[in-house]
Design a protein around this ligand. Structure first.
Ligand SMILES: Cc1cc2nc3c(=O)[nH]c(=O)nc-3n(C[C@H](O)[C@H](O)[C@H](O)COP(=O)(O)OP(=O)(O)OC[C@H]3O[C@@H](n4cnc5c(N)ncnc54)[C@H](O)[C@@H]3O)c2cc1C
Length: 431
């Protein structure tokens, strides 16, 4: 609908409320909302974005430490979709219309050069997140998208299973179609404070349980702080639930003042609620030397002892085997006195030391909160959304896109891909 309906009502005596009608009205100007707006406006829809912040894409600017890992080049749809766990199946139809490859074509057409890095992560070649945001805003401008900044939506009014209008502090807006792209609850300082869940609930939607995901993990033990900030590469983390291995990861992790963090920990964090809900004790076992068997590592330790006999104490031996920032922690966890000359270390002590290097145990004591979570796990139940259109099955002219949906993936560009795909589909005009 092209016609702009403007009328004025007097509220509270003197205040003027302006109502303007759009074809497509998007609540939230993050990556999902921007992509939806670009798609809708490219199809000739009179489109507007209502964004609560003075600027758009605050979280996008933080992504990938400001470099924006905007998708992943994993070139196998099944493998890509598996990254999202069971809920990933919801994306098959959407991916067939706008998947990761289409995302690359889209950004290439905006003039963005990109590079593929470790783990098939795709980043802009230069300019990072700001460049991605600039390209999206330029596309919005080309499509004539009206962007209303500092316009937090305070309420959504429903009538006969349809959205009637959305209300900001000063205005009411109506449209043929409404897309809620308000993000999740993670990093609320970027504007994602979970407002969309309230609107979705009011429309009758189920919100599955919400958890912080891709988030550091707290441990019951306080000793990780002795190695706080220490980055470990090529380590293996085994996850044990009541002593039985339920997962393992190989890669990078770090110690923090309250526990552990880093890529492999963050990825495991998304599964912690499932394991915790089963009850029982959840323990991480860290193998600092995964490429060496107990036997090979024992031989290595013995070689070092032989080489430095008479010249080193236990502390010096530890220094040879772990990163400098880990030395204090290993000395704390080992029963061998720090100043014991290495030639007096017994075979039994060597065996204990090797076991420690291959099996440092930490008890999981919960996740850090939403303030530090990269994404939200849980959201608008996918059972109530049409996967081909992102339309609500409960409310005729209501659509959802992005992190608000009950979809989340590991790090590597998989979460922004949810936004590009669902934003594009929600912004499409369906016959
Ligand atoms: C530190 C960090 C790093 C990340 N790095 C990566 C990465 O490298 N790769 C990757 O794939 N993913 C990454 N992510 C995740 C990714 O940024 C999110 O998945 C993505 O931003 C979600 O997009 P969205 O559009 O759904 O929501 P958001 O980006 O949260 O945008 C929602 C918008 O809606 C607005 N809004 C909310 N409520 C209202 C309201 N009531 N009225 C009007 N506007 C409202 C908000 O202000 C916000 O601008 C990262 C996240 C964080 C926090």
């Amino acid at each position: 609908m092209d016609m702009i309906t403007r009328y004025f009502t007097i509220t509270g005596g003197y205040e003027l409320t302006v109502m303007e009608k759009f074809d497509t009205l998007i609540v939230g100007g993050g990556p999902a909302g921007l992509m939806a707006a670009i798609r809708a406006s490219s199809l000739g829809q009179k489109t507007a974005i209502l964004e609560k912040n003075p600027s758009l894409g605050e979280k996008l600017l933080l992504s990938g430490h400001g470099r924006c890992n905007f998708t992943n080049a994993l070139d196998d749809t099944d493998a890509f979709i598996k990254k999202y766990g069971d809920n990933g199946k919801f994306l098959y139809s959407a991916f067939s219309r706008f998947g990761p490859r289409d995302t690359l074509v889209f950004f290439a057409n905006t003039g963005l050069d990109f590079v593929e890095e470790r783990g098939k992560r795709v980043f802009p070649k230069e300019g990072g997140s700001q460049k991605v945001l600039d390209r999206l805003l330029l596309e919005c401008k080309k499509g004539g998208v009206k962007i209303l900044r500092s316009s937090p939506v305070k309420a959504v009014k429903f009538k006969n299973h349809r959205v009637d209008c959305v209300i900001t502090d000063s205005d009411e807006f109506t449209a043929d179609k409404y897309i809620i792209a308000t993000g999740g609850k993670s990093y609320p300082r970027t504007g994602s404070t979970g407002d969309g869940y309230t609107f979705a609930r009011q429309a009758g939607h189920t919100i599955t349980e919400l958890y912080p995901a891709l988030v550091p993990i707290r441990t019951r033990e306080t000793w990780p702080k002795l190695a706080s900030g220490c980055n470990l590469r090529n380590v293996r983390l085994h996850v044990l639930l009541d002593g039985k291995e339920v997962a393992e990861r190989f890669g990078e992790m770090e110690f923090t003042n309250f526990g552990v963090s880093g890529p492999i920990v963050m990825d495991l964090s998304s599964h912690v609620p499932d394991w915790s809900n089963k009850g029982g004790e959840l323990v991480f076992s860290l193998d600092l030397k995964p490429s060496l068997t107990h036997e090979i590592l024992t031989a290595r330790v013995k070689r070092e002892i032989e080489k430095f006999t008479g010249r080193r104490r236990f502390t010096g031996l530890v220094r040879l085997l772990v990163p400098a920032e880990m030395v204090r922690l290993i000395l704390e966890l080992s029963d061998i006195p720090h100043d014991k000359p290495i030639e007096y270390i017994s075979d039994e002590e060597i065996a204990d030391f090797v076991s420690l290097l291959k099996d440092i145990r930490m008890t999981v004591n919960g996740l850090w909160g939403f303030n530090n979570a990269v994404v939200t796990r849980g959201g608008v139940s996918l059972k109530e959304i049409d996967p081909a259109t992102m339309r609500s099955k409960l409310c005729d002219n209501l659509y959802f896109a992005g992190e608000i949906l009950d979809l989340n993936g590991p790090s590597g560009g998989f979460n922004l891909q949810i936004c590009w795909t669902t934003g594009y589909i929600a912004g499409s005009v369906n016959e």
